[in-house]
Design a protein around this ligand. Structure first.
Ligand code: IMP
Length: 847
């Protein structure tokens, strides 16, 4: 090994292997293979080895986990509860080793056992309990909360089937169920002893004191499963508690015959369906009864657990024999991830009034001061508005409470704005026009002390447009908390060579203070450093080329620009606009095969909601274009198009470090923040993007010289629509665009079925809601500029460096610190825990 490699090894994020610890890991691995998996090495499969390894690594969390939870009981700090219908965790094994700092030791142990750790890591199923950004944000938040020593709990649902597996068949998306638990989940611990009841349906009656009582309900049990969430090398392990639906055991029924009994047992499945499957919609409200059941199931079980913990805490007991609920908001902060858990506001009111016997006003004050609401979208089709009929049938007492909340709220609004009936109508939680509905965003704003958006632009639009009336009525209630990503998974884990290079230059402090990356700016004339950046990118690109060859039998040019557009398929994200660029390049090559062109590999990836027709059409279009482009000998390796099947967290970890260009091209004003944009920036890809979501702040951090911004700003989009947008005006003025729309319309890319994609063409020229045609020209011009800059290697690399160096703001450590101090009233980094005494082989380790 050369001296340089020696140095690399020493500073590696994987750490340094220690001989005694390697021996212990081997011992534990063999013990788990024998006692937990009950296999010997004659019959053990690679999956058995993965499970033996996962168990071995998990052992190192156990004492830390118990110690952390004991510490929370002994010191009774204020706790944060992050409620989310989605936690998009991905894989856990390598992240756990990274947090514990035992990667190099485990690598060495597995090597000595003759096993390939990378192969074993690939066996782990992604925990795909999320759709996209919102769910992944929740996962990054858990990582940062543990790393910052915040006494936090994630609460969600243990879906038996996560986000579907996407197959591409004949260019179309086909869905397969994600049976992720089939082989078991080594990270979870079931806690059947802490099961809690959740009530549905029934009716409300008044008792002798005119108090409402919810009776004749149907009971479902919520069984908790706990997953450890380790902080980064700080010995803190928080919990993620996911609930699973279990049918009640006590029928207390006398069955007339065997058939009735057997049927009753079989019907248990219907009840347990509540947590069967994740709804595969991103930014779309589907309004299904089962989805409302899921939402209530989550909050009803969680609030019982929170109150139980509050009551058993030292503080609750010490202050008064009778629990003093007025101190609840001093001890408990509940953050709701979008409106999905917002029925929790009515549930906490119900528990405080009906169960704990508090007055309405006391209960309301406690509720508002406890809840914080994060808004994730302004798209009208994503805003949750439950029909009163549906909600009232399933949760009659909650509907009653919501009416009361609304009445008192509108009374206050009426006092401030007498006779402004239109304002009252606009602000009402209960929508009266058409089918009566409960506007959950209104309930969430009224029922929490802070509402936040997820990027500066988004937060500004919230208070200036959709929730303008509320911002006027509640001055100071609206905040911004720009999203982030965890640098542990999205740099250290997915790009350890880059992480090591950074550490070799500026030390390790950046790992827990990402703003330190700014120190890299001083190396922008250091040719060796820039060469290393290029070398690292090149290695990742080769790996992705191998992957694409193996998966899709497509040969790509690793020297081409990797132009990557990966995210959920949605019209507002404008994969269609990018497809138009692909076709533009294709047409140009065909028109002049000898023209100089910067070779590109354009990669798309992302799932469409199964019921979203247009998104599925766009996938088919991309694949049809890919077939034509990739098989045209005139095109050769100047242009390749790849649709990456089943894009998910673990695939993002492979693709992000290999990207040269990141596509963030949503219509201005539609993407709340985006977080994929941040992952690419941190990994040294350049961004082509609109002034939308967090792109605006990225541009601000790195300067406009280091990002390719194009297209209409929010104000331009509004003006365009106000004037009456007709896409045909733009199509007729641009020859290239006109040709493309014609090609799609006449089936150029689907010659066997020329009418197949007519809907896409029609969307472009008659119903271009997201202004694809209006931004086309500006996009193409900017793409041409990207190609020119790509040829100027020194300039490109310097831009990459400035991207990395400017990405410090986009760590979830920063985001979470801001939530902690500005919403939850918690100071981060106050808890220090020592490594536990009883780690496996602690005595040996100490020697
Ligand atoms: P929970 O927070 O009540 O769900 O309990 C989680 C863990 O905290 C338990 O499994 C214990 O390890 C720890 N714990 C619970 N109650 C106490 C206590 O009274 N003192 C110290 N630790 C406790």
């Amino acid at each position: 090994m050369s001296t340089d490699q020696d140095l690399r090894k020493q500073i590696s994020v994987r750490g340094i292997a220690q001989v005694e610890n390697v021996a212990n890991i081997k011992k534990d691995f063999n013990r788990h293979l024998h006692f937990s998996l009950i296999k010997d090495r004659n019959v053990a499969t690679p999956r058995d080895y993965f499970f033996a390894l996962a168990d071995t690594v998990r052992d190192h969390l156990v004492s830390r986990w118990i110690r952390t939870q004991q510490y929370y009981y002994e010191h009774d700090p204020k706790r944060v509860y992050y409620l989310s219908l989605e936690f998009y965790m991905g894989r856990t094994l390598s992240n756990t080793m990274l947090s514990l700092g035992i990667q190099a030791t485990v690598d060495e142990a597995l090597y000595q056992l003759g096993l390939n750790i990378e192969e074993l890591e690939e066996i782990e199923e992604d925990a795909g309990l999320g759709n996209g950004g919102l769910g992944r944000l929740a996962a990054c938040f858990l990582d940062s909360m543990a790393t910052l020593g915040i006494p936090a709990y994630g609460y969600g649902l243990r879906y038996e089937y996560g986000i579907f597996k996407q197959l591409i068949r004949d260019g179309w998306q086909v869905e397969e169920p994600d049976d992720w638990l089939r082989f078991g989940n080594p990270w979870e611990k079931a806690r059947p002893e802490y099961m809690l009841p959740v009530n549905f349906f029934g009716r409300v009656v008044k008792d002798e004191n005119n108090q409402s009582k919810w009776i004749d309900t149907t009971v479902v049990f919520a069984m908790p499963y706990d997953t450890p969430i380790p902080g980064f090398r700080n010995n803190i392990v928080n919990s993620l508690r996911l609930w699973s639906a279990k049918a009640e055991n006590h029928f207390h029924l006398k069955f007339f015959n065997d058939g009735d009994y057997v049927q009753a047992v079989m019907d248990r499945n219907l009840t347990e369906n509540i947590t069967r499957v994740l709804y595969p919609n991103d930014n779309i409200f589907s309004g299904k009864e089962l989805r409302l059941k899921q939402q209530y199931f989550l909050v009803a079980a969680t609030l019982q657990d929170i109150i139980r913990r509050f009551k058993s805490s030292k503080y609750g007991v010490r202050e008064a024999v009778r629990i003093d609920f007025d101190t609840f908001p001093e001890k408990v902060a509940i953050q709701i991830n979008d409106t999905h858990p917002s029925i929790g506001i009515a549930e906490l009111m119900r528990l405080l009034i009906d169960v704990e016997g508090l007055s309405y006003d006391r209960a309301w004050k406690i509720t508002v001061n406890t809840f914080g609401y994060t808004n994730h979208t302004l798209l009208p089709e994503a805003l949750e508005r439950w029909p009163v009929s549906l909600l009232g049938n399933m949760l009659p007492r909650h509907l009653e409470i919501i009416y009361e909340i609304n009445q008192k709220f509108l009374d206050e609004v009426g006092k401030k704005y007498p006779k402004d009936f239109d304002r009252l109508r606009r602000m009402s939680i209960v929508e009266e026009d058409g089918e009566k509905r409960i506007n959950m965003a209104h309930l969430a704003i009224v029922g929490s002390h802070v509402t936040n958006g997820v990027a500066a632009l988004h937060s500004r639009l919230l208070v200036e447009t959709t929730f303008k009336d509320f911002a006027e009525f509640f001055p100071g209630r609206f905040q911004n908390k720009t999203n982030g990503i965890t640098p542990r998974r999205w740099l250290m884990l997915c790009n350890s060579p880059l992480a090591d290079l950074i550490t070799s230059k500026i030390g390790e402090a950046w790992i827990s203070d990402l703003s330190k990356l700014v120190e890299l700016k001083k190396f922008d004339h250091d040719q060796d450093f820039l060469n290393s950046l290029e070398e690292i990118k090149g290695d990742h690109k080769l790996r992705v080329a191998d992957f694409i060859k193996e998966e899709y039998d497509i040969t790509i040019n690793p020297n081409s620009m990797y132009d990557v557009h990966v995210k959920r398929l949605h019209e507002y994200k404008r994969q269609l606009l990018n497809a138009l660029h692909v076709i533009t390049l294709y047409n140009r090559i065909k028109a002049d095969p000898s023209a100089k062109i910067v070779p590109r590999t354009i990669m798309f990836g992302g799932k469409a909601a199964p019921g979203y027709h247009m998104a599925k059409q766009i996938i088919k279009l991309i694949n049809s274009v890919a077939t034509v482009v990739n098989n045209d000998p005139i095109v050769g390796d100047k242009l390749k198009v790849v649709f990456i099947e089943n894009y998910r967290v673990s695939l993002a970890e492979k693709i992000t470090p290999a990207a040269d260009l990141s596509e963030q091209i949503s219509t201005a004003g539609t993407e709340a923040s985006g977080t994929g944009n941040m992952k690419f920036m941190l990994n040294g890809a350049l961004t082509i993007g609109t002034m939308d979501g967090a792109n605006v702040e990225m541009a601000e951090e790195m300067g406009l010289d280091n990002i390719f911004i194009f297209g209409m700003r929010v104000e331009d989009v509004n003006e365009l629509h106000a004037k009456g947008y007709d896409p045909k005006d733009f199509i007729s003025k641009n020859k290239e665009l006109a040709q493309i729309v014609e090609q799609i319309d006449t089936g150029f890319f689907t010659p066997d079925q020329p009418d197949l994609l007519k809907d896409v063409a029609a969307a472009l020229h008659t119903n271009d809601r997201f202004a694809v045609c209006a931004d086309y020209e500006s996009f193409i011009k900017k793409q041409d500029e990207v190609s020119q800059v790509y040829l100027d290697r020194p300039k490109w690399l310097k831009m990459c460096l400035h991207n990395i160096a400017s990405s410090g703001k986009f760590s979830t450590d920063r985001t979470i610190s801001d939530y902690a101090t500005e919403i939850w009233g918690i100071t981060p980094n106050e808890i220090r825990l020592q490594p536990p005494y009883e780690t496996p082989h602690a005595e040996e380790e100490k020697k």
